[in-house]
Design a protein around this ligand. Sequence first.
Ligand SMILES: Cc1cc2nc3c(=O)[nH]c(=O)nc-3n(C[C@H](O)[C@H](O)[C@H](O)COP(=O)(O)OP(=O)(O)OC[C@H]3O[C@@H](n4cnc5c(N)ncnc54)[C@H](O)[C@@H]3O)c2cc1C
Length: 285
Amino acid sequence: MLSETTYHRPNSLDQACNLLSENPDAILLSGCQSLGLLSKEGIVSLDTIIDLNRISELREISYKNGSLYIGALATHRDIETSQTVQTHLPLLSTAAKQIADVQIRNAGTIGGTCAYADPTADYPPVLMATNATVHSRSTTESFEYSTRDSFFVDYYESAIGPEEIITSITIPVSKDAGFGFEKLAYRKNDRAIVNVATILETKKGMCTRSDICVAGVWDTPLIANEAMNSLLGTQLTDDDLSRASEMSQEEILVCDDPLISVEYRSAMVGVLTKKALKTARGDLS
Ligand SMILES: Cc1cc2nc3c(=O)[nH]c(=O)nc-3n(C[C@H](O)[C@H](O)[C@H](O)COP(=O)(O)OP(=O)(O)OC[C@H]3O[C@@H](n4cnc5c(N)ncnc54)[C@H](O)[C@@H]3O)c2cc1C
């Protein structure tokens, strides 16, 4: 027998926070792309739903003072096609374009993706590489989480508390950076076996910034610290990129699964890191 669902559709963030505080077991609904699957599998029960889709303030995409502001309800398609994102952080639109198919991109949101914390998702490595901040709210407080340090806690677990609603993501952007994003999946636009986001910057031909984040391989996305440090001060020659890719392959932990061996996944970390670094180098003006 189908159970009854209480369905709330607040018009404002304040209303949504109050509803969540009054109904601690309620499920927040954004694009319903992951929730749909979870409820079909019986993993979540949708007895009380708070649908966030009428809260238009959560849809904003803008650029202010060197930072990109993405509202939690911005869909993957909004992000993929936004001129603002393409101009200031093409890395994010590239990642958005690789999510599933256009139907899912039309509905799925960046806020839902962050909350769900799927380790194979495509935004998390970009958000960690760029040092993005996730913002959330409860009835009484506002919270900020560094994606680099504290947001992605464990397998499908983010740092947000049960009374919090993700409101936006802010991302510092640099006009001098070059970007790379690579994804290996079973089929085009499927979930990642490995995905890698890279950022490079140079001054007078020397590397002054290098960020490498790898996902799809472990419970959370991982930063390749040693590989990143190895590039600083170099001229980003092919040898420099090869050495960094080998280091990334060595330092990034990878999981085993029945279909993909540790050896293969690990080798792909090296291959994709190198490709993404080459793309980022080619992207430098
Ligand atoms: C067939 C398929 C293929 C996919 N392929 C990919 C892929 O290749 N790459 C990729 O990155 N993703 C992929 N996804 C996931 C997709 O990107 C989802 O859109 C995303 O994971 C969840 O976003 P959503 O807006 O649909 O969230 P929902 O399904 O609505 O919610 C997901 C979870 O987040 C919570 N939540 C939602 N919004 C908020 C909020 N603002 N604050 C706090 N909690 C919130 C919900 O309560 C729920 O627990 C795929 C999904 C499907 C169904």
